[in-house]
Design a protein around this ligand. Structure first.
Ligand code: ADP
Ligand code: MG
Ligand code: MG
Ligand code: MG
Ligand code: MG
Ligand code: MG
Length: 661
């Protein structure tokens, strides 16, 4: 979340009249950036994480844990201490930044300045995360704790789940049966976003997560905690008229999804070409990391039969009309749109030879007029499609004060559409008038309970991103298979029980492939032509993680002989990470191979390997996901009745146990 502009937001009926205005000027703003920065080259690797917290308030007397709605006060306090630290010369760490988030119980934190490619920065990630948590915690009440938990188990139960209590009857923005207005950040942007999604869609959002059916769960499961007969808002009857499904956990508001916490990483690339290359390489990896980071099995007081937040968030901001969703023939709406604004990426965008047209095999509608405009301006076809695809969406929040902008200095209209396309990857153009380069944001991961785990995932992905570029890995599979992997990744215990589509041979040519992966992982990288790559002097190992990797030319036609469907197969997570057969060393081994190209002292190497070891143990199931651990905690709790219900007492004990970690 960037800076929040204070102003007067337009209601949907008014806002929609400016939709074309925002899109047109948004594209102008993008083209101004493109003209100035498309040839920008040589930006170093800078990167950073974002961690979201939920602040919980413990009531030890009642044995209840509630969400604390003090975000505004907490952020004000953190801002003032952050200013104090900034002026304290004995404090050498860069001052972290705290940001507001959708939930009034949420905080987001980022490192005060991005990390560089220095090895010592890799090793500073965990302590920076701990420092941020410590700062946040120190400025809360003694009864409050900042949790990095993906979903709050009892958000939206009947009864008290916030501190202070508010009645859902007051939910004027969402019209939710479960969540009060005060669950949402009071800044005008958030209630407006909530209300305009509902108004644009023409109904409340409707999320149905399959319930985990336990030994004594009544069947069919009719949820008695839904106020079926409430009659306050016009949408109240939706639940009984079919929106709420049997044997499912029904949720009806943006807060259920955007109230989730996640772990995101942003990488600056050498130039636009490398950013697009990296974006594509990370697309097929996104579902795997969602599965490995799975942390959210409990929803609205029930155990779900899924382990991840993804589809909940996706449903919680699904503003598509019935026509767009394909339920009615197109009349008012312009496009049939297969996915929510929050969804897995629908298009690969790199122009490098590896990205064959056959990989972009799903319906990703784009705005033809915007596409033509971009093409006529000289933007290549793939990037034009990407932008014109994002721009099928309407702007949801428009402030009357910022309708008219200077398109040479602002990117606000562009960002309005861009930043409400919440996909697994985000391709971020440089903001105007800033030193920042072309960036890629990796967004699928669930936040982990401990900072050690969050650091491990961050370190793994930054190293993997370098391995992808260093070895010029080809990870493409048809994007329809990535979508299928996304669905599988969320299933209960996906790491251990699902198979995922993955590419069988990730090396760009036979000569770049180690002869026997299992027995001889090379200790120095092999270039396209079989010789070692020289970077920092002759055979010198690199001192730091870097950008600006060479892109070897297209191999001969033999490389493309088969159909793209012969290039991938279903693999277990262990095979994907540890390798399969003689051609594919596995993602973890590729990271180790990349590490071997770096000049890392033994102690640093040992610490990096501790992080990689966590990923390895997660992969092979010897270390459970948070989702699996939480599910087990509930099911073995003495008060659990094997009825799929997470009671106040169980939730309290769970949160105490998590706090103790
Ligand atoms: P958003 O919410 O829009 O995704 P944030 O500002 O919350 O973005 O987080 C951006 C992340 O990118 C932070 O971790 C920050 O440290 C990092 N970052 C900042 N500048 C750069 C840069 N030039 N290149 C890469 N990452 C950066
Ligand atoms: Mg955030
Ligand atoms: Mg952010
Ligand atoms: Mg954000
Ligand atoms: Mg954001
Ligand atoms: Mg982000």
């Amino acid at each position: 979340m960037g800076l929040l502009f204070l102003g007067t937001p337009l209601q949907w009926d008014e806002a929609k009249q400016y939709a074309d205005h925002v899109r047109t000027h948004g594209i102008t703003q993008f083209l101004n950036i493109w003209d100035r920065l498309k040839d920008r080259y040589g930006d170093e690797l800078l990167w950073g994480d974002e961690i979201e917290y939920m602040v919980a308030a413990f009531d030890d007397q009642e044995k209840n844990v509630k969400l604390s709605l003090r975000q505004t006060e907490i952020l004000a306090k953190l801002q003032s201490i952050v200013n104090d630290i900034a002026s304290d010369r004995s404090e050498t760490r860069s001052v972290p930044t705290f940001h507001p988030e959708y939930g009034r119980f949420m905080l987001e934190s980022t490192p005060g300045s991005p990390y560089t490619g220095e090895i010592r920065d890799l090793l500073a990630v965990e302590s920076n995360m701990r420092y941020r948590r410590h700062l946040a915690r120190k400025h809360l009440k003694t009864t409050e704790v900042p949790f990095t938990m993906t979903s709050f188990p009892r958000l939206g139960i009947p009864g008290v789940f916030t501190e202070p209590y508010f009645d859902p009857a007051d939910a004027v923005s969402s019209h939710s049966l479960f969540l009060p207005e005060e669950i949402t950040n009071p800044h005008a942007r958030f209630p407006t976003l909530t209300a305009n999604i509902r108004r644009r869609r023409g109904s409340k959002v409707a999320i149905n997560l399959p319930l985990f059916i336990d030994d004594r769960t009544p069947r069919p499961f009719v949820d008695r905690t839904i106020p079926w007969q409430r009659n306050i808002y016009p949408e109240d009857p939706e639940a009984k008229n079919g929106a709420a499904l049997l044997d499912h956990i029904y949720m009806d508001a943006m807060g259920f999804g955007m109230g989730c916490s996640c772990l995101q990483l942003t990488f600056q690339a050498c130039n636009i070409t490398e950013a697009r290359r990296l974006y594509d390489a990370l697309v097929p990896v996104a579902p795997l990391l969602l599965a490995l980071s799975a942390a959210s099995p409990l929803w609205r007081g029930y155990i779900a039969d899924v382990d991840c937040r993804w589809d909940v968030v996706s449903g919680s901001v699904d503003d598509r009309t019935e026509e767009e969703r394909g339920l009615k023939p197109l009349k008012e709406s312009r496009f049939k749109i297969p996915k929510s604004r929050y969804a897995s990426v629908s298009l690969y965008i790199s122009e490098y030879w590896m990205n064959q047209p056959a990989y972009n095999d799903i319906d990703a509608p784009h705005d033809p007029a915007i596409f033509e405009r971009l093409r006529n301006h000289g933007v290549d076809e793939l990037l034009s499609r990407h932008i014109a695809h994002l721009f099928i969406r309407d702007p949801l929040v428009i402030f009357s004060e910022t309708i008219h902008q200077d398109d040479t200095t602002s990117n606000d209209h562009f960002e309005n559409i861009q930043s409400t396309n919440w996909q697994t990857l985000r391709f971020k153009p440089p903001p105007p008038n800033s030193p920042i380069g072309w960036r890629v944001e990796f967004r699928p991961m669930e936040v982990q309970i401990t900072d050690f785990e969050n650091a491990a995932f961050a370190v793994f992905i930054v190293l993997l991103s370098r391995a992808m570029l260093h070895f010029n890995l080809n990870l493409y599979i048809p994007i329809s298979k990535v979508d299928e992997n996304m669905a599988r990744a969320q299933r209960r215990d996906a790491v251990r029980s699902e198979k995922f589509f993955f590419r069988k041979d990730v090396f760009p040519s036979a000569s770049s492939r180690p002869s026997s992966v299992a027995s001889s992982i090379p200790s120095s990288p092999i270039s396209e032509h079989g010789g070692p790559i020289h970077v920092n002097g002759i055979n010198g190992k690199e001192k730091k993680l870097r950008n600006c990797f060479p892109l070897p030319p297209r191999p001969d036609d033999a490389y493309f002989a088969g159909s793209v469907h012969e290039e991938y197969e279903e693999m277990t997570m262990v095979e994907i990470m540890n390798g399969k057969g003689t051609t594919f060393p596995g993602l973890l081994n590729l990271v180790y191979m990349y590490l071997d190209t770096l000049d890392v002292d033994d102690e640093s190497r040992r610490r990096i390997e501790e992080y990689l070891d966590l990923i390895r143990r997660r992969t092979n199931g010897s270390l459970r996901t948070a989702a699996s651990w939480i599910r087990e905690f509930v099911r073995t709790h003495p008060a659990y009745k094997f009825d799929s219900v997470v009671s106040q007492e169980i939730n309290y004990d769970l949160m105490v146990a998590i706090d103790e970690m």
